[in-house]
Each structure stands twice: as C-alpha cells, then as structure tokens.
Write a protein that binds this ligand. Structure first.
Ligand code: GRF
Length: 189
C-alpha cells in the first residue's frame, strides 16, 4: 500500500478529485491532508471524505521538523501539492527526494514563479493574448515552479475568453490528468 499526503492551501477541488479517484484503490491511500491555513476549505472537504488533517504554522514548517515527523510516523511515501502556496523546505526535499510533485495551471516555464498562482496566472495568459494554455505537473525543488516537468496538457484560449473561462478549462484538465499521473508515479516507487 502506497500512502499519499496532499498539501493544499485553498479550496482543494483537486485534493477532493484525487481522493475520490483513489477511494476504493487497494494499493493507494490518501493518508492525510495538510494545510498551512486553518480556514482552508480543503480541510472541510477532507473531513467529509474522512481523511485526517494537519495544519501547521510557518515556524513549524521552516524551523522545526514536526511536519516531517508526522508524515514519517504515518508512513507517507509520496507528497502531492495541490494549490499549496509555500516553498518546500530543504530538509523535506531531502527526506522525500523525487517524491514530491506539484501541478501548475499553465504551460511552464511560462507563467510560473513566485506570485504566479490562482487567477493571476489566467489573467496574465489572457492579457498576453496566448492562443493556448494548460497544466504542468512537475517535480518540486527549492524554487517555485522550476522542478523537472513530468507531464503537460494543453487547451485553447479563444478570442473573448475571460480569465474565469480559462480557469475553468484548466481546472478540467487538472481533474482529468492529475490523478492518473500520480498513479503512474507511484507505480515507479
Ligand atoms: C489549481 O489550479 C492548481 O493548478 C494550482 O492551484 C489551484 C488549486 O485549486 N496549483 P484547488 O484548490 O484544487 O481548487
């Protein structure tokens, strides 16, 4: 049995989609959902899905090892970031070397980096008159959105598309592909 921890800071629709995908899977379990925000809606979703949660402060995360110890105690094999907004500290990258992935709502290396998250990404894509955008699933390293790319999928940006419309298309791609890519990564562990 491979155990996944999902880190999320916000709404958590991807976290829920991933949890539902693996719900009756005998080889994969969503062991826990972790968040840096005590009022993140993802925590509500986790509760409804009967998944344990942990919240932590900046100090816990960067100056202590409680979060890592929690993951190790629970036997977590793989970490999935889904809308998690903080950089992963070096000690955790070392402990989970090659086993932390993220999804970004654009075609990296474009529209990535610090401050490029959520609607800001889609606003920038529309403002630049891009004709396509998409998702990037990538390994996580010490910099925002710079880890090796694992998978990308594209969708068109049409004349007159608003950032909200683009966000919807991108979310659809996220739901369609993220769980399957995670499953493939776990097979290689
Ligand atoms: C997604 O668009 C994901 O690509 C990005 O953050 C967003 C999270 O959305 N990293 P949700 O919280 O899963 O609804």
């Amino acid at each position: 049995m491979k155990k996944i921890a999902i880190f999320a800071s916000g709404a958590g629709s991807n976290a829920q989609n991933i949890a539902e995908y693996f719900r009756n899977n005998e080889r994969v379990k969503i062991e826990c959902v972790l968040s840096n925000k005590t009022d993140a809606y993802v925590l509500e979703r986790a509760k409804n899905l009967e998944i344990d949660t942990l919240t932590f402060s900046r100090d816990d995360f960067y100056n202590g090892k409680n979060v890592l110890h929690f993951l190790q105690l629970r036997g977590v094999d793989f970490i999935v970031l889904a809308g998690f907004l903080w950089l992963i500290p070096g000690y955790m990258l070392d402990a989970y070397n090659g086993r932390i992935i993220n999804i970004h709502p654009a075609l990296l290396p474009k529209y990535g980096g610090k401050g490029m998250y959520g609607m800001k990404v889609h606003q920038a894509v529309v403002a630049a008159h891009e004709i396509e955008t998409g998702i990037t699933i990538h390994h996580v390293n010490a910099k925002y959105d710079e880890g090796d790319i694992i998978f990308q999928a594209k969708c068109p940006v049409l004349d007159g598309d608003t950032p909200e419309m683009v966000a919807q298309k991108v979310h659809r791609l996220e739901y369609e592909y993220y769980p399957g890519v995670i499953e493939k990564m776990l097979e290689k562990l």
